[in-house]
Design a protein around this ligand. Structure first.
Ligand code: SDX
Length: 426
């Protein structure tokens, strides 16, 4: 039996179909709303609006659940490699051994960056933010790798090139920004270890791989791999809906992720904690500012549009801090400040009433600091982790029979028709 809602206005009754998801969440299908009623909806920030149906990631914001293709993120963080997680998100299932081996060979074969791209890096001012560089260089990939005639092959190769090259491109921006020699990817290193080696190996001090560090990076990237229709994923889908190439759509996603309200929060959290440390550790002052309606300051790493409970990823990141740092004999005062800040905020009525909890960015920066990643590369690390999710969402939208060009409407509030006034009469 058809499930629907009734909309009544000035004696007219309209029926709108209800669409129910596989986890029971319900939506009103308004795709014919304007045609049937003459109305549009209004939902700034799209907090109540579903942009698509998707089979990739499920989140339950009230229960703090996150699953990729049905698999709880906790299990993937414990048992999967990042490559397996990327394959799962993009192809819809975990690979068998043969598929994983072939995937590794493909990623290795495409991990080099066109040598002519290096001159681009050298032209950026040394102080350029690596997110701006990464977004520009990913967009430039189309120039260096023109489209193949066969659409299927092109789609597969574009995806593989991006996954394979993004680590090399990120490490290149770090090395070149420091005036160091670029380190090439190695065929004998797995995905995470390869990136760390490209970042930190040097002719005078060979990088010593540490399995606790490599494992921490594996978990970090798995936790960031997808998150349904967040801001940057929506940017990828919207740009992709114009049927532009994948590199351009991912470049837009990187640009959106850069914002401090989104992926840039991981860098902003460390800057906030460092400010607290420098100013003598006044946590109460920071919490007071965060609650002040007249102060634009927000407690970075806290709050979430979907999670109204503890972000399941933040729980894992916090545990990672407590296991990784002692193994590396690191004592980071910012971790103590973060824990005290969480404790103080979570006891405060404002945070309780607003359902504000730590999100993925609150503790992730502490892990990245322990690995040795510079603060301005934190959001680049988020982008590398999120790349498989962006690709999976882009691919799903490309093959969605109901997919259309994204073009929202608006409610106009400007002046009604007025006459043009010639300059001599103004
Ligand atoms: C990510 O969407 C995703 O899935 C994103 C992400 C992913 O994996 O892709 O999870 C990654 O972006 C995580 C979020 C990182 N951003 C931050 O940590 C920045 C700090 N957080 C806030 O700016 C805020 O919580 C947002 C932007 C994350 C979400 O805010 P919403 O849903 O737009 O809600 P809002 O800004 O309208 O806030 C609702 C209320 C307001 O108070 P009232 O006016 O209703 O009284 O909560 C307050 C806000 O003032 N509030 C905060 C707060 N977050 C919300 N007050 C103080 N500090 C905060 N951090």
């Amino acid at each position: 039996m058809e499930d629907y809602v009734k909309l009544e206005y000035k004696g007219e009754v309209y029926r709108l179909p209800v669409v129910t998801g596989s986890e029971g969440e319900k939506s009103v299908d308004i795709s014919k709303l304007r045609q049937v009623t003459g109305f549009i909806t209004l939902d700034p920030g799209y907090a109540n609006t579903g942009s698509c149906s998707s089979a990739i990631t499920f989140m339950d914001g009230e229960k703090g659940i996150l699953r990729y293709r049905g698999i709880p993120v906790e299990q993937l963080a414990e048992k999967a490699t990042f490559k397996e997680t990327a394959y799962l998100l993009i192809n819809g299932r975990l690979p068998n051994q043969e598929e994983l081996t072939n995937y590794s060979i493909l990623l290795n074969d495409h991990s080099l960056v066109h040598e002519d791209m290096r001159s681009f890096y050298q032209k950026f001012p040394r102080a350029s933010h690596p997110m701006g560089i990464l977004s520009s260089m990913v967009n430039a990939l189309r120039s260096f790798y023109p489209a193949l005639a066969d659409i299927e092959e092109e789609s597969t190769i574009m995806v593989t090139r991006l996954l394979a090259k993004v680590r090399t491109m990120a490490a290149m921006s770090y090395k070149i920004s420091r005036g160091h020699r670029v380190v090439y990817p190695r065929s004998d290193l797995a995905y995470c270890a390869n990136f760390l080696n490209m970042m930190f190996d040097s002719p005078v001090r060979p990088y010593e791989l540490n399995e606790d560090v490599t494992n921490a990076l594996r978990v970090f990237w798995i936790l960031h791999a997808d998150h349904e229709q967040n801001c940057s994923t929506s940017a990828v889908r919207i740009v992709g809906s114009a049927r532009t190439n994948l590199y351009a759509a991912i470049s837009a996603g990187i640009a959106a992720l850069w914002g401090p309200l989104h992926g840039g929060a991981n860098q902003a959290v460390i800057e906030m904690l460092s400010d607290i440390q420098r100013d003598g550790g006044s946590i109460e002052h920071v919490v007071k500012r965060a609650k002040d309606k007249n102060d634009p300051f927000r407690l970075m790493g806290f709050g979430h549009r979907v999670y109204k409970t503890y972000d399941p990823r933040a729980k894992i990141m916090k545990k990672m801090c407590d296991t990784l740092l002692p193994k590396l004999t690191i004592r980071d005062p910012l971790l103590d400040i973060a824990k005290k800040l969480e404790e103080t905020a979570r006891k405060d009525n404002y945070f309780i009433e607003h359902n504000l909890y730590p999100n993925v960015d609150f503790y992730s920066g502490i892990v990245l600091r322990a690995i040795g990643i510079p603060t301005n590369m934190f959001t680049v690390m988020f982008a590398i982790g999120r790349l498989p999710g962006w690709i999976a969402q882009w691919k799903e939208s490309m093959y969605d029979p109901n997919w259309k060009l994204s073009r929202p409407r608006q409610i106009y509030t400007g002046p009604t028709e007025t006459e043009f006034i010639p300059i001599h009469q103004r």
